[in-house]
Design a protein around this ligand. Sequence first.
Ligand code: NDP
Length: 482
Amino acid sequence: MWIGGNWVEAESGKTYPVYNPATELEVAQVPLGGKADVDKAVAAARKALPKWSTKSQAERSQLVLKLATLLRESAKEIGELDTLEHGTPAKRAVFLAADTPGWFEWAAYSAKSLMGHTLPASPETLIYLQREPVGVVAIITPWNLPLLMIFQKLGPALALGNTCVIKPPSINSLTALKLAEIIEKLELPPGTVNVITGPGGTVGEALAAHHDVDMVAFTGSSETGKAIMSLASGTVKRLQLELGGKNPAIILDDADVNAAANAMAKQQTNNSGQICGSPGRFYVHEKVYDEFLEKFTVAMKKFVMGDPLDPKTELGPLVSAQHRDRVEGYIQSAIDEGAKVILGGKRPTTPPMNKGYYVLPTIITGITPKMKVAREEIFGPVACFMQPFKSDEEVIALANDNVYGLTSWVWTTDMARGMRFANQIQAGTVGLGQGRGGGGPEFPWGGFKESGIGKEGSLYGMLEFTNLKRIAVDLVTPKKSV
Ligand code: NDP
């Protein structure tokens, strides 16, 4: 682990294995961090805070930009690690490693462009507003996109003068350790960034509850998000929570069915379905239901599943045996509750996929609103088709009938109709047709309801990592009499 600018073992001296999900073989042992390591890392981050936060914005932004350059230079190596520990198909892994440092560039430039405000008070008073770093930020992230999830938080946190303790996902922590190796080259004040590996139940909880952590920036499941809210309440920490989704994809009767089927199949299988913003519930108008389902099925069958190291592979394994069991459990629950699996639903048996945690692209139909697969996030290559709908009012109510509110799609060729949907859907993002809004640092991303609190990306995401201070200056303070 990397604490206070030093490479250290866990205080316990223990390690745990990391496995390759495509081969089931162990690829590394990493330190099993615990509460004592968290205390050391938080103390290091606290000590670094005055040195890092008082550097000029120009110097901090320069260093953050340099980090983006160093990361791009290591993109091949980072991509290989992502393939090894996460099963990301090689071509995509290298693309992600080269593309995602853009988050640091965005943060470096937008931190430089933050401006202050003055408020009208009286001729005798000047009131101005100042943005300051929040302080020590704990960054706790999930395994589904191991580096991007860190970059989205680390970029703004660092650029704006905070110091950080990163707790990467325990099953995918090699890329985060590589990131620390790269950050080491920047020679930041020791402790500005720290990385602790280990389980959420100990390292994550200790960070969320720690009296000297000022903010928790978290991406993960809503269940863990709620636990973090409760742990963080003891010291009223700032929270940024990017949580789960069960995202409605609505296909109206005037949609371009072909375009919708192809685009949605791609979304469904992106990262083997392990994306918070994947479609979670398909609602298709009864007039185009059969046509859409047929085209969507054809598109789902086309993806090449295989060894992530093979450049032709588009679909890799799921991240772990435990997660595969969970996805299979959802498929079984759908069958038990009366839904029908019309594609996939099984593990592939042809080599090399007879090893590794693969699940074939799957389509389930005949789902009703109360079924488990209609309500909970599956996080796999599993498309859930709800029963066909008849009217706009009916489908808006169905789409909103869920605890999540992350993202959504409405496919129509009538933009006025689409905009009526956009106004009524309860989600942080509504994509009308192809225009999903896209990812990327310049766009805000974040959920409504149990999908989270706060935004990532854009100026809104930057401001999460600042405290706003009001400073009132009395311009006519009487002079001290001598
Ligand atoms: P988890 O919530 O299980 O874990 C996320 C992180 O929290 C991991 O580092 C985990 O550690 C840690 N953690 C686990 N328990 C605790 C705890 N009690 N206290 C503090 N930290 C804890 O999520 P997954 O890793 O399974 O990721 C999948 C989830 O992430 C999905 O729900 C998905 O929707 C969501 N997600 C949301 C995104 C968004 O932008 N809204 C983007 C990407 C994913 P460990 O690894 O050791 O378990």
